[in-house]
Write a protein that binds this ligand. Structure first.
Ligand code: ZN
Ligand code: ZN
Length: 332
């Protein structure tokens, strides 16, 4: 039986449906799992995504882009295939893509996680013949603590810095991670948080979709000469080490990332604190998910692909690697 999805120079392609999935080159029709930059790239003639992803995609691609949003679970016919989106629990709007054609069902996970996240619907296992999984953290050392415990650690760090009259500068992904932190912290405090413009723009789109989070103020809107002592500031990794951070005066800097699970990474990268918070599945969650899909065959796309595929084969499963350009959680 022919594969429903194959790797091509511009990305994963479904010949039966005539569409690409998260293409990294220009495509006639791009079906998009979620709006992180490595999965949603400009240049395609038309985009199909979830309703929740559509506002992000339109902002990213410009008003001229052809973006069609569809509800989770809705069946859309594309060529000879039927496509539907199912929650991936990764960021707002994120989806697995279920493709049915020629008597087969393939499920493309995109990026996903199983840990609770107040900003997006939880991952739903989808049964299929073939499951295409990411492998960003596919090593047994990667096991996440409970996110609410991590939020309490962030809160305690902020509180200690407040008492020491020092700013708390927390770096994280502007799309997804920042909003998750703001939503988790809203359960612990009602103190407002200062944010970089990139975080503010994404947070605004989250609020428009009804996600409740701590109140935020853009740093750029504040008077130039002001004290930041005791404030919590959320900023994207790209702002780290730039003149932008100098204004905060005496500060502690921290990073929220799955990579903080590995001792030494934090110190090597020069962070005072590391918080283990990832929007990807950890090792136990990857294995549990693969089990729950009931798939007889597993294809692994990005991260520790060879390691996961080998582990699955050793367990007697049909598993291989599918080449892609996705990046997982950037190694900072
Ligand atoms: Zn992602
Ligand atoms: Zn990714």
């Amino acid at each position: 039986m022919d594969d429903l999805v194959v790797s091509t120079p511009v990305g994963l392609f479904c010949p039966a449906g005539g569409f690409h999935i998260d293409p990294w080159g220009p495509a006639e029709r791009a079906v998009v799992t979620h709006v992180h930059a490595d999965h949603a790239r400009p240049g395609s003639a038309a985009y199909l995504c979830t309703e929740a992803s559509a506002p992000f995609l339109r902002r990213r691609m410009g008003e001229a882009a052809v973006v069609q949003g569809t509800a989770y679970g809705e069946r859309v016919r594309l060529g000879g295939a039927v496509v539907s989106f199912h929650p991936a629990g990764h960021v707002l709007g994120s989806a697995q893509i279920r493709i049915e054609a020629a008597g087969q069902v393939w499920v493309i996970s995109g990026d996903y996680k199983r840990a609770p996240d107040p900003t997006c619907p939880p991952f739903e296992p989808v049964r299929g013949d073939v499951f295409v999984t990411e492998a960003t953290f596919a090593l047994p050392i990667y096991r996440w603590p409970e996110p609410d415990a991590v939020a309490r650690e962030v809160m305690a760090w902020w509180e200690r810095n407040r008492q020491a009259h020092v700013a708390s500068l927390l770096f994280c992904y502007a799309m997804g991670k920042a909003q998750r932190l703001l939503a988790e912290l809203a359960r612990l405090t009602d103190r407002p948080v200062l944010v970089h413009g990139a975080v503010a723009e994404v947070s605004e789109l989250y609020r428009q979709q009804g996600v409740s989070m701590l109140a935020t103020t853009r740093v750029a809107e504040l008077p130039a000469r002001r004290s930041y002592a005791g404030e919590l500031v959320l900023a994207p990794l790209s702002a780290g080490g730039t003149p932008w951070v100098r204004r905060f005066g005496e500060r502690e800097i921290a990073l929220a990332s799955g990579w903080m699970r590995v001792r030494g990474t934090r110190r090597r990268k020069g962070y005072d604190r590391g918080f283990v918070l990832s929007d990807h599945a950890d090792w136990p969650a990857l294995l549990r998910t693969i089990e729950e899909t009931g798939a007889g065959r597993v294809l692994v796309t990005h991260g520790y692909t060879e390691e996961l595929a080998r582990f699955l084969r050793e367990g007697g499963r049909d598993a291989g690697v599918l080449a892609t350009h996705f990046e997982g959680e950037a190694d900072v």
